[in-house]
Each structure stands twice: as structure tokens, then as C-alpha cells.
Design a protein around this ligand. Structure first.
Ligand SMILES: C[S@@+](CC[C@H](N)C(=O)[O-])C[C@H]1O[C@@H](n2cnc3c(N)ncnc32)[C@H](O)[C@@H]1O
Length: 341
């Protein structure tokens, strides 16, 4: 297991501990085998999942091998609690556990946001979040990604589960990676969801599952005037303090009603890209070779994951901001931003 894997597993465990603290998901309640045939499909359609019943993944562990950037390295059958069905995730796609255990619960407790609505998911990965939106009754879901394997994942799973007419996947090309690059000028959405890459690295060669060169983040907010329908809701998950705060401040600056709950930690790799970005400018101005010194979160003490508060140890000391009106049980999620127009 490489360092990245260890980091991912630790992050998963940390999220699990936090979620358990807040009863965000009832771990013990997940043992029942789910019966997909009992859940209604899109109006008039056949039951969505015709395979054998699946028992949902019961914990926060990350089955299947993952590599750098959280991409799975062998085909994965993910038994989803919130979708109440299993999806097949191809190699090279971001592991669905994060969407399952973060977006999944917030969607479940706010199903009225989705019923009959137009939904967009930016950076869909496996497609799980888009499929859950369809399960909650969305009329239409447009799911985008820069990764062709992600497009394959959402397309084939939507077809297999009977959501082929609801969920539409669109591949974002390398020439324009802004949020609405594949959205028509007159397209609007009632809900825009995204668990986008959350390490801001202006110097990275391109976007990937966890890194944003800056092309995507601000463009999500910039395009809301055109693409967020009146009374629409945007739910973003930036699990890195710096980019989270930047996005919150930018959305407020752009005049939106913004609710947010700071992430609990600053990940080493997010800190590393931030440190290096500043260092690069200093080296340039001092005419020091750019490769002379740099930061590495594996070897530079102090850059490893920083917990910003002892959330898991004493949740009662925390002060929370409700993310939805009326306050829903999901107000406690760390890293979420809700933007409304
Ligand atoms: C952190 S992963 C989240 C995937 C999925 N939504 C989930 O929660 O499991 C971020 C996803 O955004 C995609 N991505 C990165 N830059 C993008 C861009 N400019 N436009 C669309 N998708 C992008 C990545 O390929 C990756 O699948």
C-alpha cells in the first residue's frame, strides 16, 4: 500500500468516525439486504435493478485497490446504500465511497430538492451522485467529466439501472475545462451538485480527480447567473480548507446567499500545492532555479494532514451553521458549501 492509499484509507476512517459521531449514517442499519426491485423507477419504467439483491457497503472502508488521485485500479462492484443498487465502476475512475458517504446522506435528507427537477453534476466520476439524483426523482440529470472512463461508468450504469433516459453524460474536452463548457447557452438547472477536485494548484499540468488548476472552481460560480434556475440550489464539497474558503468568499463576492461548514482538516497534498505555488513566485522573483527547493508533504514535517478542530473528540463544542432552511440533519457536514440565488 503506497502513501496515497494509506492517506485515502485514513481520510475514509476519519470521515467515518466523524459521521458516526453525528449519527449521520446509522452503521448498524446497513446490514439488511436491499431489494432494488421494491423501489420505483422513473415514472412508468420497469424496476431498475434486476440482478440479485445487494447488501450495501457497511462501513467506510475502501474496497478495491485505489491508486494516486483515488482512482480505482481494478474493476469495482460498488453496492450503494443510497442508490439501493450496485454499480460497476471501471478502472481509472474516482472511487465512489466519498460521494456515497458525503453527498449520499445530504441528498437522502433533502429529496424534495430533486423530485421532478433538472440536475447537473460537475465531475461525476463513477456517476453515483447523478444516479442517486435520478433515484430521488430528478426529471433530468446532466453529468459531466473530463475523464472518458467516468463517462463510460455513468452511461453504462444509468442504462443498466433503467435511468438511461434521465441521466445524460457529457465529456468535457481539454480545450475548455470550465464548468459549463458542454452546457448549451439556454440550459438551466434547479440543482447543481459537485464534489470537484479540491486541491488548487495553479502550476499543475492539468486537472485530475483531486487537482484543479483553477479552470474549474470559479467557473462554477461564474456561470450560475446563466445556468442556475430561479430559486436553484448549488451543493459543493471542497474538502480542503483553502479552496473551500476561496470558493465561499468568491460566491459571496458574486452576490449569492452562501452557507458553508468548514472542512475539519487541511490535507497534506492540498497544503503542499499551496506552499509550492507561493514558493514558485518567490523563486522567480529572486531568480533562484525553480527546482532548487520545493515542498513535499511526505517529507516536510508540518505539511501532513492538519486537523483544524478536535471535531471527532468533542462534537458538542462545535458551533454549526445550518446549511439548509429549515435546518436539516445534514447541517453538520464539514466541507459543504450551499449557494442559492
Ligand atoms: C473528487 S472526484 C469526484 C467524483 C464523484 N463526483 C464522486 O464524488 O465520487 C472529481 C471528478 O471531477 C472530474 N473533473 C476534474 N476536472 C473537471 C472539469 N474541469 N470538468 C468536469 N469534471 C472534472 C475528475 O475527473 C473526477 O472524476
Amino acid at each position: 500500500m503506497n502513501i496515497r492509499n494509506i492517506l485515502l484509507v485514513c481520510a475514509g476512517l476519519a470521515v467515518g468516525v466523524v459521521m458516526a459521531q453525528f449519527n449521520i449514517f446509522p452503521v448498524s442499519a446497513l446490514t439488511t439486504a436491499l431489494k432494488p426491485s421494491g423501489s420505483a423507477g422513473p415514472a412508468g419504467s420497469a424496476p431498475r435493478f434486476t440482478g440479485e439483491s445487494v447488501a450495501a457497503q457497511e462501513d467506510q472502508s475502501v474496497p478495491g485497490d485505489t491508486s494516486k488521485q483515488g482512482l480505482i485500479t481494478e474493476p469495482l462492484l460498488w453496492k450503494s446504500k443510497h442508490l439501493q443498487a450496485a454499480i460497476n465502476v471501471p478502472v481509472g475512475v474516482f472511487h465512489p465511497h466519498e460521494g456515497e458517504w458525503t453527498m449520499g446522506p445530504i441528498m437522502k435528507n433533502n429529496t424534495e430538492l430533486f423530485k421532478g427537477k433538472r440536475v447537473m453534476e460537475i465531475g461525476t466520476g463513477s456517476g453515483l451522485i447523478s444516479l442517486i439524483a435520478a433515484k430521488h426523482g430528478a426529471a433530468k440529470v446532466v453529468a459531466t467529466d473530463i475523464n472518458p472512463a467516468a463517462i463510460e461508468s455513468v452511461t453504462t450504469n444509468a442504462e443498466a439501472l433503467g435511468y438511461g433516459d434521465v441521466v445524460e453524460a457529457r465529456l468535457v474536452g481539454p480545450d475548455d475545462m470550465s464548468a459549463y463548457a458542454v452546457i448549451n447557452d439556454d440550459e438551466q438547472f434547479d440543482v447543481i451538485l459537485s464534489n470537484p477536485p479540491f486541491a488548487l494548484d495553479l502550476d499543475a499540468p492539468g486537472n485530475d480527480a483531486v487537482t484543479d488548476t483553477g479552470e474549474l472552481g470559479f467557473s462554477i460560480v461564474r456561470g450560475l447567473e446563466q445556468h442556475l434556475a430561479p430559486n436553484g440550489t448549488v451543493i459543493l464539497l471542497y474538502d480542503s480548507l483553502f479552496y473551500h474558503q476561496v470558493m465561499v468568499k468568491y460566491a459571496k463576492y458574486m452576490g449569492y446567499d452562501v452557507r458553508n461548514n468548514n472542512p475539519n482538516g487541511m490535507y497534506g497534498w492540498a497544503a503542499e500545492s499551496l506552499f509550492n505555488s507561493y514558493l514558485k513566485r518567490l523563486l522567480e522573483s529572486e531568480k533562484v532555479p525553480l527546482d532548487a527547493i520545493s515542498f513535499n508533504y511526505h517529507t516536510d514535517e508540518g505539511l501532513e494532514i492538519r486537523y483544524l478542530r478536535n471535531f471527532a473528540l468533542n462534537p458538542k463544542q462545535m458551533k454549526y451553521q445550518p446549511l439548509f432552511d429549515p435546518p436539516s440533519p445534514q447541517r453538520y457536514y464539514a466541507g459543504f458549501i450551499v449557494i442559492r440565488n
